[in-house]
Ligand binder design. Sequence first.
Ligand SMILES: [Zn+2]
Length: 158
Amino acid sequence: MVTKERSCPVCGEGTITPTGEPGRMVEHHGVRLEIPEDVKIPECSHCGERFFDEATAKLVDTRLDNILEDRRHAVFVKALERVERLTTRGKLETLLDWSPGYISKMIARRKKVEHRTAVLFDLIAADPGRLSHVLEELEDDSIAASPTPKRPKLQMAK
Ligand SMILES: [Zn+2]
């Protein structure tokens, strides 16, 4: 067996071995997340310094991305349940300038729930009355604008 142990260049006392443990918190895209225990990172047995090689860094990134995606999806779906008591998916998609069916695609995970989408829906769900207010205002504007158009209508050629 070839041993992969090497001495630590930081403290010079410990040896570096792939280690998996709970409680390894890191900031990932602005969110504090725990690196899953089963992800082994070369770590010094003495000073605890971690040594990320490219493959490890990539693995950590992928796993944390997945965790974040799961969370965003969960936040979005939970918030959407509340928001949909007030309005329809179609209206939401129009309001947010999304293509028809976009919400369903996110639910089915055929489209990623972006961070800002999760945040937005969480905020809307916290104050759903505000959404009704915005929708009313937008609808009022379109009604108010229609009887007295500010610009002359284009003549349609027949
Ligand atoms: Zn060390």
